[in-house]
Design a protein around this ligand. Structure first.
Ligand SMILES: O=C(O)CCC(=O)C(=O)O
Length: 261
């Protein structure tokens, strides 16, 4: 049974815009469990996006990734016969975290080429006041590969990685030229709503300007049909897997197929 309402139009939007809103994908059971799991993780007091790959340890994150319906939802949105798991990450932008997360694309940071998708799940109501994500509509289809870069504790640009790799171009100043791009955000996400976005979609996140409203996001990165393993030394060595040959389908080994075959 298909889980995604109006799946054809969701697929069309995702293909055209590189991002689509999925309403209410979490049961109350998972919402409660994920909130608790996030809160216990962020007690470590690390920087706001440093909590990652929790799914490799047993516990709620692993249970959700392996045993919920999220893999099927990804396959439906991407129209793929299978979904494999790359890694997961918490983005807890707490009240008063005013810094805007710099514009970036995700895929250049990971050892993968081809179609990948993030599911970013809101665990609190999210709007423009407490840190909504912003996207440049259709940018995933531009064919541009933007150089990965390092950021400071709050997510602002510090310096580029892979400076000599000719496959990449420096990131334009999208913020300065906002008016020439089609920048979109979703006015209001409810807890349990999710954004599905392509690994090449240019995006950022607003600051949390409120003094009281938390903004906990739980993001999971997935590969789908057509994704291949492409390790590069300067980025995400922590995601390398020597059991996969470069160019092999991005599945198996550390990246289990969680839906389909
Ligand atoms: O949630 C955020 O603040 C940023 C999320 C993000 O950039 C991502 O999921 O790639």
């Amino acid at each position: 049974m298909t889980l995604t309402p109006d799946v054809d139009s969701v697929q069309d939007t995702y293909t055209r815009d590189g991002v689509v809103l999925l309403k209410n994908i979490l049961s109350n059971h998972w919402l409660k469990k994920l909130r608790l799991a996030v809160d216990s993780e962020v007690q470590k007091g690390d920087r706001y996006f440093a909590y990652k790959n929790m799914r490799e340890k047993s516990g709620t994150f692993q249970d959700y990734c392996l045993n919920s319906d999220v893999g099927q939802r990804v396959a439906e949105v991407a129209d793929s016969p299978w979904t494999s798991l790359i890694y997961d990450q918490i983005f807890a932008k707490e009240p008063g975290t005013k810094t805007q997360t710099g514009w970036h694309t995700d895929q250049p940071y990971w050892p993968v080429a081809g179609p990948i998708m993030t599911i970013w799940i809101a665990l609190d109501p999210v709007d423009a006041d407490n840190g909504a994500l912003e996207f440049i509509r259709g940018s995933h289809a531009w064919g541009a590969k933007y150089r990965p870069f390092k950021t400071d504790q709050l997510g602002a640009f510090t310096h580029y990685l892979e400076k000599d790799n000719p496959d990449y171009v420096d990131m334009p100043d999208f913020e300065k030229d906002r008016e020439i791009y089609e920048i979109v955000h979703f006015d209001r996400m409810e807890p349990g709503d999710a954004l599905a976005f392509d690994g090449m979609t240019v995006h950022s996140a607003m600051g949390n300007r409120t003094t009281t409203r938390r903004r906990r996001g739980y993001a999971i990165r997935f590969a789908v049909k057509g994704a291949i393993y492409e390790p590069r030394d300067e980025v995400t060595e922590w995601l390398h897997d020597s059991s996969l040959k470069p160019g092999a389908p991005f599945r198996e080994g550390r990246f289990p197929v969680i839906f389909g075959s």
